[in-house]
Design a protein around this ligand. Structure first.
Ligand SMILES: CC(C)(COP(=O)(O)OP(=O)(O)OC[C@H]1O[C@@H](n2cnc3c(N)ncnc32)[C@H](O)[C@@H]1OP(=O)(O)O)[C@@H](O)C(=O)NCCC(=O)NCCS
Length: 185
């Protein structure tokens, strides 16, 4: 008889809840939790329904979805942390993804995020960014957080500016934002 019983899956950790007011759905609560490998299909559905402009703003290329090998890297705790967001209005859909992942530069993490088109402009991107930066502050090896963004990405620039980012290294229509200062370099 095989006595090996697999442990029950650990419930995905809810990191933070954000109250939002959506023009169609009214008052909803966005739950942000650590992403797991099994989230890839929902994350790719988010990509599939996102406008080309949104995907290009995120990746600087017209990416349609993430490959499993990429998602595996993004949810690998040794590389940093990725979160997904769902709401009480659409619990099976991922409406936002944010990640804070180590770069090849020691002490530096990269921030990247994407919010569902129909949930943009409601404060979710700000909440996701604030949460990811808080995570960076709490990581002993994180001295700075960078984000590559489009020079015309008004929402992202506004979020980063509001968090005290320094903008540098403009190349064509992209610019790097760096957030630092909580730990001596
Ligand atoms: C950029 C993005 C993550 C922002 O998320 P969001 O949920 O739409 O952002 P928020 O609702 O928190 O708004 C952020 C800021 O934009 C402002 N804003 C909202 N709607 C706006 C609009 N239509 N035009 C310009 N600014 C707007 C908000 O007032 C806020 O500014 P504040 O910080 O000065 O208050 C989201 O739009 C997105 O996923 N875009 C596509 C992918 C992308 O660009 N990723 C970032 C590159 S890493």
């Amino acid at each position: 008889m095989n006595l090996h019983v697999a442990p029950p899956p650990t419930p995905p950790e809810t990191t933070i809840v954000v109250p939002l007011r959506h023009p169609d759905h009214g008052s909803v609560v966005a739950a942000i939790r650590t992403a797991v490998l099994a989230d890839l299909p929902a994350v790719n559905r988010l990509h599939h329904r996102s406008a080309l402009a949104s995907r290009t703003a995120r990746y600087f290329s017209p990416r349609r979805e993430l490959r499993e090998i990429e998602w595996r890297r993004q949810v690998n705790a040794r590389r940093g942390r990725t979160w997904v967001t769902s709401t009480s209005a659409a619990p099976d859909d991922v409406l936002g993804v944010v990640q804070l992942l180590r770069t090849e530069h020691e002490g530096e993490y990269d921030l990247g995020l994407m919010v569902d088109d129909s949930w943009q402009g409601l404060g979710l991107g700000t909440a996701l960014t604030v949460m990811a930066i808080e995570e960076g502050r709490n990581r002993p090896d994180c001295r700075s957080i960078t984000a590559l963004t489009g020079t015309g990405n008004a929402r992202m620039l506004s979020i980063l500016r509001g968090l005290g980012a320094r903008f540098h290294d403009q190349q064509g229509n992209t610019i790097t934002a760096t957030i630092t200062g909580w730990r001596s370099a």
